[in-house]
Design a protein around this ligand. Structure first.
Ligand code: GUN
Length: 294
């Protein structure tokens, strides 16, 4: 079997086009422009790159973005004070605090401060709590898991009654992904670094979401034939044949998995482009919430 490739680049472009249209309409009808504030604490190069891409995407779609940078030794009080200022700023619809922050800052304390209606990352404990509960809906869903759900829907993968195995239990991806699939009527198993026999779980999974940050750890012979594989991993591995000296691979060994799976996301070009597209969608939603209150 050769799996159908789930093209995240294409799906993200479609989502972005829809957002650009809605943003232009909002400007025309209400003279209102959505605004995103990003907060970057410290100098981590990967985080700086992610934040820049988010800001550039705002520009492309007609969303205002304001970047705030604090030094690596900024105190927790300074970060909380900045978030409080952004909460009070009517020009700011969404607040994105890039994670991880330096170790001396209590992430929970900062995320707790973000106004629920500006929580475009969906990381506020109340939004996560609502995601976890039956019959409740969060205002915002975390961007990467929301992007994974969009990809599954686009590929026509049924979730109702499906066996779903999430590999990885992070607050940003694994945990909210499990809650979303559970809300979508899948039977969900969360596996992680201490799971005794990962293959035993994967072998019966109709949907596999790999988000463990371990290059190519899931191989084709661990999968159920015909399953859908969503690979969230982005890992650098040495590659002398590449002019950069490295290449990007997922948490799934693509070639062997594509032989067995029914559908699979590539790395790059799978989940990656979806995260930013869903952030833009959440920012538009935050603007709609603010506009409805004017
Ligand atoms: N760090 C890695 N992924 C994310 C994300 O989706 N949002 C934020 N704020 N930080 C991240």
């Amino acid at each position: 079997m050769s799996a159908k490739v789930i093209d995240g680049t294409k799906v993200a472009a479609r989502v972005r086009d829809e957002i650009a249209v809605a943003v232009a309409e909002m400007k025309e009808k209400y003279n209102y422009t959505p605004g995103l504030a990003t907060v970057l604490v410290g100098e981590d190069p990967a985080s700086a790159t992610y934040v820049r891409s988010k800001q550039r995407m705002c520009e492309r779609l007609g969303i205002r973005s304001v970047g705030h940078k604090l030094p690596a030794d900024a105190s927790q009080e300074e970060v909380v004070a900045l978030v409080a200022r952004l909460n009070a700023d009517p020009e700011v619809n969404g607040i994105l605090v890039q994670l991880p922050m330096p170790k001396h800052i209590n992430e929970e304390a900062v995320l707790n401060t973000i106004d629920l209606e500006k929580d475009v990352d969906g990381f506020h404990p109340v939004n996560i709590g609502r995601l976890a509960m039956k019959g409740r809906d969060p205002l915002f869903i975390p961007c990467t898991p929301a992007g994974c759900m969009e990809l599954l829907a686009d590929a026509g993968v049924p979730t109702k009654g499906a066996e779903a195995v999430i590999v990885g239990r992070s607050n940003i991806v694994g945990l909210p992904m499990a809650m979303l699939l559970q809300k979508a009527d899948a039977t969900v198993t969360i596996c992680h670094s201490r799971t005794k026999d990962l293959t035993e779980h994967l072998e019966r999974a109709d949907i596999v979401v790999a988000a463990i940050g371990w290059a190519e750890m899931i191989k084709g012979d661990m999968l159920k034939p015909g399953c859908a594989v969503i690979d969230v991993g982005i890992n650098r591995v040495d590659d002398a044949s590449n002019e950069r000296g490295y290449k990007l691979v997922g948490d799934v060994e693509y070639d062997s998995a594509a032989e067995v799976a029914g559908a699979i996301t590539p790395v790059p070009g799978g989940v990656g482009p979806m995260t930013i597209a869903m952030l833009m969608k959440n920012t538009l939603r935050a603007a709609e919430i603010a506009l409805a209150k004017r």
